[in-house]
Design a protein around this ligand. Sequence first.
Ligand code: SAM
Length: 298
Amino acid sequence: MYGFDKRPVLIDKCSKADEAINSLMPQLLKEIKKSDVLKKALFGAEFLSATEGVLVTLTYHKKLDDSWEKEAKALEEKLNIFLVGRSRGIKKVLSSDGVWDSLHVKNRVYKYYLQEGAFSQPNRSVNSQMIGWVLEQLLKSDCKDLLELYCGHGNFTLPLSGSFEKVLATEISKASISAALKNCEVNKVNNITFVRLSAQELTEALDKKRVFRRLEGVDLDGFNFSHLLVDPPRAGMDEKSCAFASRFKNIIYISCNPKTLLRDIEKLSKTHKIVANALFDQFPYTNHLECGVLLSSL
Ligand SMILES: C[S@@+](CC[C@H](N)C(=O)[O-])C[C@H]1O[C@@H](n2cnc3c(N)ncnc32)[C@H](O)[C@@H]1O
């Protein structure tokens, strides 16, 4: 048996990370080390970089009191960042719980509010190409209404909405749906209905097996879906959601895990054929890969 060397390794650069994060990390560390209040019981720092700034979440094993808030506010101003403190289920927002990002897709710029703690794509330029690829695929088919599952803050939804008459987009995270509604308003898009529902709940609602108060005022029967877009987490789609997807004529499957994508495509290949596919190096210098697949019913 070979043992692992348990001594800590100092990592003072991370070339995979965004440049803004790379330049901020050593400054942040230096400032935190100067303050007993900020450094005591700190066990993690997470970074969210956007075109309009960097948001840092500091997570602690202690209660965040007034003295922490005062020092954190001074640090926020000194480094020109947004700071959020987290401790035992409590979240302390100093000036903002998110940060605005601009994304160029084809000839348009979209503004997105990236909410702290919610999912956002890690690579802006690859993300923009990925959305562009989906838009190009849509030119090949007749688009009526779009159903999107796992929509996050509307990353795909907003640029795709221009190709459809109406869009119904759902997602499990409250924070993402709240950002999606904000993003819709700021980008002046008015043909999208965002609802907080899991993929499983939406299937039950469409099949009229369950009634949800969250769907009050939404006319599900008024949609004529020609396309389904799914962008699930690494685990892929569950058995029921896959069976649900197989009812749609056109499926756009975006995946960050080729293994679960293969598993799900094998199931969908009983009813669908692959029309186009693309690979996106969304996570350079890692063995992770983002894939896009367009499927059409047999
Ligand atoms: C890979 S992210 C994609 C988000 C979005 N499409 C984007 O490009 O930013 C997957 C999303 O699925 C959501 N999610 C996870 N499990 C879900 C479920 N069972 N039903 C609906 N959404 C779910 C997560 O909150 C996350 O926002």
